[in-house]
Design a protein around this ligand. Structure first.
Ligand SMILES: *Cc1c(COP(=O)(O)O)cnc(C)c1O
Length: 455
């Protein structure tokens, strides 16, 4: 009877009986809340009893402009009356063409070709396969290994897991994958006492250089989360690392894959995090244009405003041309049933329209400044460590006597009408961009109460 309203408790029991939830130990739900969500509006989610929760994590970092956004709803409804789906091998349609054209205009210069899939992990798979296949097509078949940063996260399918350095995910499946090497993360929390974030980033770039010197002949690509390593617990680093990584990858003929699945679409303050890659301070090249162009740019999560599964890998013409030939075997061999789904493309186009019409990046700068201001008591709390902010991402560690901090904090936050999902002892905020000043006040003040109780 799917159309009848469900009380919270009966929906919970049915869910636990029939649904195997992701990223969960199912047994924990015996005494740990599973939130039944009946509807959403703006930053709010409502349960079956009409209790509300501020979605401070944008539903796993996907939602940009709120739940049930009228403009995105309208675009999808319009598309629904025209074409819901058609395969993309041998067929094309207006939404996928328009989206590709607009992404190519917005992305770092030179990324002129869009290859689509349905989720982030598949975008990682595509970038890895395309990179290795490029080298094979270019007469360098030995270049088929990859490197990533320490504590990297690029998705959980077997290929993506091979460049993911999160022990919990990796250990159980280690025997199934060809684990790739990692290089030190420029995460500034690891800097030596007195060392600046920039100096530490450049020291890590030296370690990258050493690795490239030794292994470049076997290396296809270096995959990186620009500026913020999300699943690592919102580890943030100085943008000088990105520019140096670009230079080194050029020097040693290794592709640079920018996984902007989480940080793209304005999250770090610019449309794409790669735009912030700077020269080291004091460099004579300071006045040159900022930003770097990766060889592959992976986008997903926020690209549809959090509505429908869609991902895209963008690449350069030289890479595209290496696959352009008479035989099928030299072409890029990869496909998913829902590649380039028209409904998802329309949601993405509506999302890009909102960015343009509302001047979102400028508005977000004002919002971020406001959030930093109202968070001062939180930031100065005795139990709070490593307060950090990049664009519309905030994070900090809480010194707490509780071993199960993340779960306790999640449960306590629900009592305070907040949806927080700490990673270990790290609380982070990644709110939808439409969050208002009163909502930011509430987020900061209630989190302070939670930290008071758990810290
Ligand atoms: C979420 C994420 C992925 C994986 O995306 P899915 O859609 O969950 O498969 C890959 N890389 C990064 C940086 C992510 O944050």
């Amino acid at each position: 009877m799917p159309n009848q309203p469900q009380s919270n408790s009966s929906l919970l029991a049915r869910s636990l009986a029939a649904v195997w939830h992701p990223c969960s130990q199912m047994k924990h739900y015996e005494n740990f809340p599973l939130l039944p969500v009946a509807r959403g509006s703006g930053v709010w989610l409502y349960d079956g009893d009409n209790k509300r929760y501020l979605d401070a994590v944008s539903s796993w970092w996907v939602n940009l402009f709120g739940h049930c956004n009228p403009r995105i709803n309208a675009a999808i409804s319009d598309q629904l009356g025209k074409l819901e789906h058609v395969m993309l091998a041998g067929f094309t349609h207006e939404p996928v063409v328009q989206l590709s054209e607009r992404l190519c205009e917005l992305a770092p210069r030179g990324l002129g070709h869009c290859f689509y899939a349905s989720d982030g992990a598949s975008a990682t798979e595509i970038a890895l396969k395309m990179s290795a296949h490029y080298w094979r097509n270019s007469g360098k078949p030995d270049k088929m290994q990859f490197i990533s940063l320490e504590n990297s996260y690029h998705g959980e399918t077997l290929g993506a897991l091979s460049v993911t350095d999160v022990a919990l995910f990796r250990d159980a499946y280690g025997a199934l994958i060809r684990q790739q090497a990692t290089v030190p993360s420029p995460d500034w929390r690891k800097a030596a006492a007195g060392e600046s974030a920039e100096a530490y980033a450049l020291r890590c770039a030296d370690a990258l250089e050493l690795h490239l010197q030794q292994h470049h002949a076997q290396l296809a690509a270096f995959i990186i989360e620009p500026l913020v390593q999300g699943a690592a617990g919102m580890a943030m680093y100085h943008p000088a690392y990105l520019r140096r990584a670009r230079q080194l990858c050029d020097e040693y003929e290794v592709h640079l894959i920018a996984d902007e699945i989480a940080v793209g679409m304005g999250r770090t303050g610019t449309m794409f995090a790669c735009e912030q890659a700077t020269e080291p301070s004091g460099s004579t090249l300071m006045q040159e244009a900022k930003g770097i162009t990766p060889d592959f740019l992976c986008l997903s999560k926020g690209i549809t405003g959090g509505y429908l599964p869609l991902s895209v890998v963008m690449t350069r013409d030289e890479i595209y041309q290496a696959f352009y030939r008479d035989e099928m075997a030299g072409g890029f061999l990869h496909s998913h049933s829902y590649t380039g789904n028209p409904l998802a493309c329309r949601a993405a186009l509506a999302t890009l329209d909102i960015f343009a019409q509302d001047n979102v990046l400028a508005l977000n700068r004002v919002k971020a400044a406001y959030m930093n201001e109202v968070s001062i008591p939180l930031r100065e709390h005795r139990a709070v460590r490593n307060w950090r902010n990049t664009g519309m991402v905030w994070a900090f560690e809480v010194e707490s006597p509780h071993g199960d901090f993340a779960r306790r904090c999640f449960a306590l936050a629900l009592e305070h009408e907040l949806l927080l999902r700490p990673i270990g002892n790290t609380i982070y905020f990644m709110p939808p961009y439409i969050i208002s000043e009163p909502e930011m006040d509430m987020l900061a003040s209630r989190t302070l109460r939670i930290v008071n109780e758990l810290g």
